[in-house]
Structures are given as structure tokens and as C-alpha cells.
Design a protein around this ligand. Structure first.
Ligand SMILES: NC(=O)c1ccc[n+]([C@@H]2O[C@H](COP(=O)([O-])OP(=O)(O)OC[C@H]3O[C@@H](n4cnc5c(N)ncnc54)[C@H](O)[C@@H]3O)[C@@H](O)[C@H]2O)c1
Length: 355
């Protein structure tokens, strides 16, 4: 039997459309569609045919941002995508301008956002609209407003930020989050379970970062960045079953822009109590890691929607630092290999033609 091929187009409403991650994602979709770049970094691509995942040509992107910059200007300002690659997508990106971000009384912002979503759905003839939260790290109240707008319009909600969004009141729609697990924390969730499995005892783990983009300015702030530090710290004890000395620092360092550098110094003990060390130095591109994950999440959330998914989509924990559970009393699953298994098991369970 041929797999079911959806003819519909999928709308994506992004909160924070002019931001580094959103603008990189939007430019990336446009460049991949034109065949100018490959699909490196896109996990979903391997399942596109087997699961009839939505094609990038069927994604319609819109969203809110108080900056109101057209996407071409935003992509240039964020300085992630090489300029010479952008030329052929310039006209398409210039034509995309964010809607005004909802303002006024915090308790009424979701109403304006919900109106935008409904208008977008109607005007573009979209069956499904997915709301993607890419607001600044500390924008908790606005994140809640967009999550409410998603719930009121029956739109799946992806929370890529560390903000809590009142998830307990979103059980009628598919949701996933929180806080994209892109670089240093992703490697931590690979290495810590590996050391644990070899019965090596971790005594201390020191993680530090340099980041110079707008998000770095927020997360490098001792108060505004608290939710990010919490989300980067919590998982180690959960994975090991004990709490080693663990320190996480993020330093705002503008000369690096979006190019993040991370260092991890891990002290552990082996046989006979002998001390050993591991050092990891990452030279990352922050938004280039995050953008394809957002595209993957949109495609997988559409799949969840087609299969009647509601509430937290645990199988998407693979993408998050603070993955949500259906039963919030259960400990979060952080080990990357277990998260990958959960993703693959879900995909096997919904594969077309499966008896
Ligand atoms: N590797 C990564 O880049 C990464 C990884 C994990 C999580 N995240 C999270 O993704 C989010 C976005 O990161 P970024 O680097 O794109 O940040 P950014 O600061 O570049 O973008 C945020 C955008 O949100 C806009 N904004 C502010 N208030 C708004 C409102 N009320 N409505 C609509 N838009 C509003 C801002 O104008 C800005 O353009 C952050 O919360 C960050 O913690 C990023």
C-alpha cells in the first residue's frame, strides 16, 4: 500500500519571527526548497517518505515580532546565514514581515494572537497551524499568552524556550518542550550515561560557554538567564542518580556573535579510585543547530496531530533539555540514547502499512 500523502499545507506561526533561530529556520526552508543547500541537521528527512512527513514546499511561515523587520533584514542582522547564499531567496524573504506582537493587558494578549492564527488559517487555506515559541529566554508571560492562543485555536504548540507555558492547561492540543537541546547539553546527555554505564563515578562537571548573540545577552545575565541555567543544570543528577559537583556558566561575549564556544571539564574516578579527566571543547553555530530541530519538530508535531496526539508528546523529548512527561510526577527522561529509542519506537508504531 502506498503511504498516505498529505496534500495539505501546514502553517507555522512563530512567536519571535525576527529572532536568530526563527530567521535562520525561515531562510533555511527557502534555500533547501531551491536546492541550494542540503538537508544536513534535519533528523526528520530520513522519515519523510516512510511517514509521509510534510514536504518543506508545503510549509507556510508567518508570525509575530515587535521588531517588525522583514525577514531578509532580520537574517542579515542575525548574521548566521552566509550573505552570498541569500541572494536567490532575498525577494521571498523581503516579502515576509511579522505581525505586530500582541500588546496591552497581559491577560488579553492571547485573544489578539488567536485572531491572527485564525485569519492566517483562513487566508492561506491551511488545515493545520502549528505555533512555535521562539521568544527570548526570559519572556515567560508572553510565552503563556501564545500557548493559550494555540490552545484556543486547536493548534499544536512547540515550546523551544526554557519558559514554563502553563502546560497543564494545554491537554487538548499536542504539545512539546521545553528548551531545545542543541549543543553542550546534548553532549552531556550522551556522555553522562556512557560514563555511568561503565560504573565510572563522576566527581565534578564544570561547563562554561561563550555566546555573543541576542540570546547570549539574555542568558548571560545573572537574573534574566536563570531559567536557562536551571534547565542546563538539572539533568545531570537525574541521569546519574547522584549529584556530583556541577557548575554551569554562560558568558555573554559579543565578538563571537552566534558562534558559541563551550568547554566541559569532567572529573571522574575509575578502578582503585584513580582520578581521570575528560575535556570537551565545542565550537558550535548556535542557531544553525537549533533551526533544523525546529523544522523537525514541526513535521513530527504534524505527524502526531494526524495520529490523534494530545497533550505532551513524550517521544519528542529527544529534542529538549527539560522534556515534559504526561505524568508530571514521573522523572524526566534525559539520556539521549533512551530518547532516541523512544522517538524510533513511536515512529515504528505509526508507520503506514504497519499491522
Ligand atoms: N541554540 C539555540 O539557539 C537555542 C537552543 C535552545 C533554546 N533556544 C531558545 O530559543 C529562543 C530563541 O532564541 P533566539 O536566539 O532566536 O533569540 P532572539 O533573541 O534572537 O529572538 C527572540 C525574538 O523574539 C522577539 N520577541 C520579543 N518579545 C516578543 C513578543 N512578545 N512577541 C513576539 N516576538 C517577541 C524579539 O524581538 C526577537 O526577535 C530562546 O528562548 C532560546 O533560549 C535557543
Amino acid at each position: 500500500m502506498l503511504p498516505f500523502v498529505p496534500m495539505k499545507r501546514i502553517g507555522i506561526c512563530i512567536a519571535g519571527l525576527d529572532g536568530a533561530v526563527a530567521s535562520t529556520m525561515t531562510a533555511g526552508v527557502s534555500l533547501i526548497r531551491r536546492g541550494l543547500v542540503g538537508t544536513e541537521g534535519l533528523v526528520s528527512e530520513a522519515f519523510r517518505e516512510s511517514h509521509a512527513l510534510v514536504g518543506l514546499e508545503s510549509l507556510v511561515i508567518a508570525g509575530w515580532d515587535p521588531r517588525r523587520e522583514d525577514l531578509h533584514t532580520a537574517v542579515l542582522r542575525n548574521a548566521v546565514v552566509p550573505k552570498d547564499l541569500l541572494k536567490s531567496a532575498a525577494r521571498e524573504l523581503r516579502a515576509l514581515k511579522p505581525w505586530k506582537a500582541p500588546s496591552g493587558a497581559a491577560s488579553r494578549r492571547h485573544i489578539q494572537a488567536a485572531r491572527d492564527i485564525e485569519r492566517f488559517r483562513r487566508q492561506e487555506g491551511l488545515e493545520t497551524v502549528i505555533v512555535l515559541n521562539l521568544l527570548p529566554t526570559d519572556a515567560k508571560a508572553d510565552s503563556i499568552a501564545y500557548a493559550r492562543a494555540a490552545a484556543e485555536t486547536g493548534s499544536p504548540f512547540i515550546n523551544f524556550t526554557p519558559s514554563e507555558c502553563g502546560e497543564e492547561s494545554l491537554s487538548a492540543i499536542p504539545t512539546c518542550g521545553r528548551d531545545g537541546k542543541t549543543g553542550q547539553t546534548w553532549l552531556k546527555s550522551v556522555l553522562a550515561p556512557a560514563l555511568r554505564s561503565r560504573a565510572l563515578r563522576i566527581k565534578g562537571w564544570f561547563s562554561t560557554n561563550l555566546l555573543g548573540n541576542e540570546d547570549g545577552r539574555v542568558v548571560g545575565h545573572p537574573v534574566r538567564g536563570r531559567s536557562k541555567i536551571r534547565s542546563k543544570t538539572r539533568l545531570l543528577g537525574d541521569m546519574l542518580g547522584y549529584e556530583p559537583f556541577h557548575m554551569v556558566q554562560i558568558n555573554y561575549y559579543p565578538p563571537r556573535g552566534d558562534d558559541k564556544e563551550s568547554w566541559d571539564a569532567i572529573d571522574f574516578e575509575g578502578f582503585l579510585g584513580l582520578p581521570m579527566q575528560l575535556k570537551v571543547n565545542g565550537l558550535w553555530r548556535d542557531s544553525a543547530l537549533a533551526a533544523p530541530m525546529c523544522i523537525d519538530l514541526v513535521r513530527f508535531m504534524d505527524l502526531a496531530c494526524r495520529h490523534g496526539g494530545r497533550g505532551p508528546q513524550e517521544w519528542l523529548g529527544f529534542f529538549f533539555k527539560s522534556p515534559c512527561r504526561r505524568d508530571p510526577r514521573l522523572p524526566a527522561l534525559h539520556d539521549f540514547h533512551l530518547q532516541e529509542m523512544a522517538l524510533l519506537e513511536y515512529l515504528a508504531s505509526v508507520r503506514p502499512g504497519r499491522r
